[in-house]
Design a protein around this ligand. Structure first.
Ligand code: 13P
Length: 265
């Protein structure tokens, strides 16, 4: 089945002033103008969602966000719900990023990570709530270096996938996007070998297949993320199980981001 590739820029906690966000969003709009056959998403910080929405209106660039809480409203100081994001013009939402799971690639004090981190269970609540709010989740999964070296990659990835989508109907599962992001490759310049990235993205699809069957497995899109750049994107994106990229650092430069979009289109 032909799947439309999806390239998403995760700006993380960057370009968070109105001026910087607006400038980058406009540059992205210009840089990808006329490119077709690929879904292009930008996920800026919450505070500039409206600014970026204005900049991308009328273009093919789609607005995304970096997280969403599982309750719609209430006494949850600091949290942002799917309903709020939908109202702000958001279509896609990143959920379960290794950084919000507290699985940083660098040593952080354990206490800090424990309080910041979330579990497969909270990711699952967020996935279901985001779908209920009419958003399209991009569900992140991936192993740490310790887990990889301990031979646990496939188990970690398949259990994160299954844990995230428990209770999601087949009809909703058809539209899901997964992002395989090995934690050790994020922001490190150490890209996962394309053949290995394809193999693990295949594990993601196989896990979906075992839960929902072949039609859903063939329909979900699986991105690779972790130091994807213009010079390695084509090889990664040519792999049969890799349907796109979730881009951090390279999404902050419109020309680099557009070159990756080109490699996918
Ligand atoms: P980098 O592209 O900076 O490695 O970040 C990847 C990522 O975490 C995207 O969500």
């Amino acid at each position: 089945m032909a799947r439309t590739p999806i390239i998403a820029g995760n700006w993380k906690m960057n370009k968070g002033t109105a001026a910087a966000a607006s400038a980058l969003a406009q540059e992205v709009v210009t840089a990808i103008e006329g490119k077709s056959g690929v879904t292009v998403v930008v996920c800026p910080p919450y505070t500039v969602l409206h600014t970026v929405r204005e900049a991308v209106t009328g273009s093919s660039v789609v607005l995304g966000a970096q997280d969403a809480f599982w309750k719609a409203t209430g006494a949850y100081t600091s949290q942002i719900s799917g309903e709020m994001l939908k109202d702000a013009g958001v279509t896609y939402v990143i959920l379960g990023h290794s950084e919000t799971r507290g699985r940083f690639g660098v040593p952080e004090p354990e206490e800090t990570v424990k309080h910041y981190g979330e579990t497969d269970a909270t990711v699952n609540l967020k996935v279901k709530a985001a779908i209920a709010a009419g958003l399209e989740p991009i569900i992140c999964i991936g192993e740490t270096l310790d887990e990889r070296e301990g031979g646990k990659t496939d188990l970690v990835v398949s259990s994160q996938v299954a844990g995230a989508i428990t209770g999601v109907t087949s009809e909703k599962a058809l539209r899901l996007v997964f992002a395989y992001e090995p934690v050790w490759a994020i922001g490190t310049g150490k890209v996962c070998d394309a053949t290995e990235a394809n193999r693990v993205c295949g594990i993601v699809r196989q896990t979906v297949r075992s839960l929902y069957g072949v039609e859903v497995a063939d329909s979900v899109r699986v991105q690779y993320g972790g130091s994807m750049k213009p010079d390695n994107a084509a090889e990664l994106l040519s792999q049969p199980h890799i349907d796109g990229g979730l881009i951090g650092g390279a999404s902050l430069k419109a020309a680099d981001f557009a070159a990756i979009v080109d490699a996918a289109a």
